[in-house]
Design a protein around this ligand. Structure first.
Ligand code: DX5
Ligand code: ZN
Length: 213
């Protein structure tokens, strides 16, 4: 499976979102990673449905919505309608995972489950036959620009070993730059999320190519 790069919009210049989306497209990004934070599940508030509606009208990039919210079950339809292609919710949220999975499937979106650093890989076992993506957090969710937690690399490898013949994509999110990208890929990641690193590069296209390889 070839490596896909998901650019996190959290680090984009919010005053020039139209240009930033163009920039991602020109730079060869595969996926737009849309970080939704509700100030309850994580101690930060980012952006939500009106922004996603505007963004999905302008971009044809695959939109990967990362819900860092307390009650994802209440918002699945809304995010699907607003333009999500993949909806990822947190196993640690207060919604029943099987209920959220069913709702996401009914919208036609791909289904992702994300785990915070403290959540063990085996917590994912009951869901492996129902999901398309596992989003492994390599930082504590809530903010861009944090450093990669190296102890998560073993967890990526453990999740990879749990896959067997399922073609679930392993997406890694947090602190990804040229060095940590290879660590995550070697452990089994197939999608890399990067925000602050990529938006700080003068040549985003070169930086994306570097992350891929
Ligand atoms: C953090 C978000 C990540 C973050 C990635 O809670 O889920 O997607 O924006 O940003 P960087 O690449 O700067 O760690
Ligand atoms: Zn994210």
């Amino acid at each position: 499976m070839n490596t896909q790069i998901a650019v996190s919009m959290l680090s984009a210049d919010m005053l020039h979102l139209h240009d930033e989306l163009e920039k991602l497209k020109q730079a060869g990004a595969d996926i737009l990673h849309f970080d939704v934070m509700d100030g309850m599940f994580v101690p930060n508030i980012s952006f939500g449905l009106p922004v996603l509606q505007a963004v999905s009208k302008q971009t044809d990039l695959f939109i990967d919505v990362h819900l860092m919210i307390q009650n994802p079950v209440d918002y699945i339809q809304d995010f699907a309608k607003a333009g999500a292609d993949l909806i990822t919710f947190h196993l640690e949220s207060s919604s029943n995972p099987f209920e959220v999975i069913k709702l996401i499937k009914n919208t036609g979106c791909q289904v992702g489950i994300s785990v915070k650093p403290a959540t063990p890989a085996k917590a994912l076992l009951p869901f492996l036959d129902d999901i398309d993506v596992i989003l492994v957090m390599t930082v504590e969710p809530g903010f861009g620009g944090q450093s990669y937690l190296h102890e998560m690399t073993a967890k990526i490898a453990e999740i990879k070993s749990m896959m067997q013949d399922r073609n679930i994509k392993i997406e890694v999110d947090g602190g990804i730059d040229a060095t940590t990208a290879s660590e995550a890929l070697q452990a089994g990641a197939t999608i890399l999320v990067s925000g602050s690193y990529l938006f700080n590069q003068r040549e985003m296209r070169k930086a994306i190519e570097q992350l891929r390889n």
